[in-house]
Write a protein that binds this ligand. Structure first.
Ligand code: PLP
Length: 411
């Protein structure tokens, strides 16, 4: 062989979505990141280091738990409608799936010789995960977070600061996740030589959506193996909440090739998808460019990005990862919605039925288990098995949840 054939890069587009729409100054850094992923991540040394940290530090594999009391609650007539398995990402270190991606990216950045890490955060879970990974690996960390989120996620701001990260409150726009991501991108343009931008979801410019999906695929791969060990079969449906889409795509990657497995995402309907206050990008948005990639976005008739709303800061985002846009259009996955009120009620129901205080984000997925079970059981004419990503624990939301439940019910 004489001419070296160009090697296969990471997947760049999903149908007509994805790609890279960023300032010229960032192209070299994004190429460098893609090349580092391809060169470094497959090596036995990187795999051994990451594997050991996932096992001994993060606590992987996370358990797969059968939620039998929720199963019974699904069906008042006591005929089993569904077997329900929860992938317990809430038990991962820092309390959510975010650490899988943050730790892997910071480890990769260190291999690349980067000396500074920046990240955006909404609920603060990705900020905490990134600050944690930076503390563990000895790198300075700066987090961009909307002022509104700084106020409603105070415990996570405290955690980030205790972990040694510098938190920059962002006062532009709606002062939430979208604006934090803009600010992080702006910082990166200026400091790109020394800095790695640790993106927190399967969104953003190429190669981030694919890179994050690969680092979160551990969720789906473990679920598949654990479920097989338990039932000897595949599930009938996989279910997860969708903000940017990383926990959902991580779970879906375990079952994407299996046509018999129905994939369900749940978006935040906020005060209702027919109001102006929701974050149901795939249900109510349209194709557009946000944060460096083409996907569905919430925008007005003039193409102006709209403010999103959700009671859960982690779902309060007017965009979504491009792979979900493609899965929606191709109908490989179905995207349902749950309102703030449904998520809040579900948080209490899950706490009292299974003893799990879950994140408000996660509660959106729980709220649609019944609908998924009914649809799939009807379609297949038998009881079905559902695997759901229990993406995170709810300590961070306790104040919001209790105040909201008090307001509705005078509890
Ligand atoms: C951040 C977060 C989400 C939403 O982000 P995805 O990228 O869509 O997974 C969901 N659940 C929890 C617990 C989170 O912290």
């Amino acid at each position: 062989m004489t001419a070296a054939s160009p090697r296969q890069g990471l997947r760049r587009t999903y149908g007509s979505y994805g790609g890279r729409f960023v300032a010229e100054t960032l192209h070299a850094a994004l190429d460098e990141l893609e090349n580092a992923f391809l060169d470094v991540v497959p090596t036995p040394a990187f795999q051994a280091t990451l594997g050991k940290l996932l096992a001994t530090y993060v606590g992987r594999p996370t358990p797969l738990f059968r939620a039998e009391r929720l199963e019974k609650a699904l069906d008042p007539n006591a005929t089993v409608l569904a077997r329900l398995y929860l992938k317990r990402e809430d038990l991962a270190h820092t309390g959510a799936h975010k650490i899988n991606n943050a730790l892997a990216q910071v480890l990769l950045a260190k291999h690349m010789g980067k000396t500074r890490i920046i990240a955006e955060t909404g609920a603060g879970q990705h900020g905490v995960a990134t600050a944690t990974a930076c503390a563990l690996l000895g790198l300075p960390c700066e987090i961009f977070m909307g002022e509104e989120d700084v106020a409603r996620q105070a415990p996570n701001v405290g955690r980030m600061r205790l972990l040694g990260a510098k938190v920059h409150p962002v006062s532009s726009g709606s002062r939430t996740l979208k604006d934090a991501m803009n600010e992080a991108l702006r910082d990166w343009v200026t400091n790109v030589a020394t800095t790695h931008y640790c993106v927190g979801s399967a969104a953003g410019p190429h190669p981030y959506p694919e890179l994050v999906a690969r680092f979160q695929a551990v969720v789906g791969e473990e679920s598949r193996a654990q479920l097989h060990a338990e039932t000897g079969a595949l599930p009938d449906a996989a279910l997860a909440c969708v903000g940017g889409g990383s926990n959902a795509i991580g779970l879906f990657r375990g079952f994407m090739q299996d046509a018999s497995v129905a994939l369900y995402g749940v978006e935040a309907a906020g005060e209702g998808i027919d109001t102006a206050r929701h974050a149901a990008t795939l249900n109510r948005g349209r194709a557009g460019v946000l944060h460096g990639a083409k996907s569905y976005v919430l925008c007005d008739a003039g193409g102006q990005i709209q403010e999103a709303h959700s009671v859960s800061a982690g779902l309060d985002y007017p965009g979504v990862g491009p792979e979900h846009a493609h899965l929606r259009d191709s109908k490989r996955a179905t995207y349902l919605t749950a309102t703030d009120a449904e998520a809040l009620a579900e948080t209490r129901r899950v706490a009292r039925t299974e003893g799990l205080i879950v994140a408000l984000e996660t509660a959106h997925a729980f709220a649609k288990i019944g609908e998924v079970a009914e649809r799939e059981a009807k379609l297949r004419g038998r009881a079905v098995t559902i695997v759901m990503c229990c993406s995170g624990r709810g300590d961070k939301d306790l104040e919001t949840t209790l105040a909201a439940l008090r307001a509705v019910e005078g509890e």
